[in-house]
Design a protein around this ligand. Structure first.
Ligand code: ADP
Length: 296
């Protein structure tokens, strides 16, 4: 029983890199690529790349590109459990990346947040030793219900659960209290520094990590190029540096961290070793375009 089940999102990423500033009402030359993405799917692929031999992802996609996504997930070593939505397209994010690698997103959640209670069955937890929930699920009512059913079923079976809060902007939209209520009972929380600050009202990541760890048994706050903090029982227990790299695209750094962290935990690594594995994967992720591990 060593499978990792991720419930989350599969997204088509359209990445447009433009060297000159955008000018309204005319053309701006850009390099445009269509890549498979989605926080949940990216984390699944990084977990598989980091040595987890049985990774599964439950997500909802449109009939457009469903086969392409399944094929890309299988190629990355992930078992796709994709529900095909007849009415909504696959979630698509258009990422505009400027010369300074600053990113602006246009997000169509499409089928991703239409994951609904009928898509969930507790039997999805058969053989599963860890459940990871992508934070995006909490930002729409149907998918939030799936997240809550999955969390309850995992707790009943004694399967540990992690959550990546995913988006400070969407948490602010939902409300911090509602988000924290929805993730109550989660074993591992993996916010980035912005999300940790928003969830606690504390701008300092160490303070935020320490405070969050009163409510969650294990908290790991990622800090971009500065690495990550591990907190337990109200205090920071480890600071893990990130390897120095030349970043070209920060898409999916947090997902890479999550995937490698979970793979390491599943293979028995203690939290700070797992965080170091997460930092290595995060650093690797920022050196490639898109959110998935590069093809071997
Ligand atoms: P998110 O993508 O969720 O905002 P972060 O930006 O905190 O997450 O990045 C996650 C992890 O990726 C960091 O903890 C770090 O290990 C790694 N990482 C991110 N940016 C860099 C960078 N510029 N150089 C090296 N590692 C990085």
């Amino acid at each position: 029983m060593t499978a990792l089940l991720i419930v989350g999102d599969v997204v088509t990423d359209v990445v447009a890199r433009h060297r000159t500033p955008l000018v309204p009402a005319t053309d701006t030359a850009a390099e445009i690529r269509t890549l498979p993405g989605g926080a949940g799917a990216n984390a699944a692929c990084w977990a598989a790349r980091s040595g987890c031999s049985d990774v599964r992802i439950l997500a909802r996609v449109g009939t457009d590109r469903a086969s392409w996504h399944e094929e890309r997930l299988r190629a990355a070593g992930v078992r796709p459990l994709l529900v095909r939505d007849e009415e909504a397209p696959t979630a698509t994010v258009v990422a505009l990346v400027d010369a300074a690698t600053e990113r602006t997103f246009l997000t169509d959640s499409g089928a991703a947040l239409r994951l609904a209670r009928g898509d969930w069955s507790p039997t999805l937890l058969d053989e599963v030793s860890h459940l990871h929930l992508s934070g995006y699920l909490f930002f729409a009512a149907p998918s939030r219900e799936v997240a809550s059913l999955a969390l309850a079923a995992a707790r009943e079976r004694g399967v540990p659960v992690s959550v990546d809060p995913a988006s400070a902007g969407f948490i602010a939209g939902l409300g911090v209290r509602s988000f924290l209520d929805a993730v109550e009972g989660v074993d591992v929380l993996l916010p980035n520094a912005d999300e940790a600050a928003l969830l606690t009202g504390l701008p300092d990541p160490s303070d935020a990590a320490a405070k969050l760890s009163h409510g969650f048994p294990l908290v790991v706050v990622t800090l971009g190029a500065a690495g990550a903090l591990v907190a337990r029982c109200g205090r920071v227990v480890a600071r893990v540096p990130a390897p120095r790299v030349r970043a070209v695209d920060s898409t999916g750094a947090g997902d890479a961290f999550t995937g490698a962290f979970l793979a390491a935990r599943l293979s028995g690594a203690p939290p700070c070793e797992a965080a170091a594995a997460g930092c290595r994967a995060g650093a690797r992720a920022v050196t490639v375009l898109g959110g998935r591990p590069p093809e071997p």
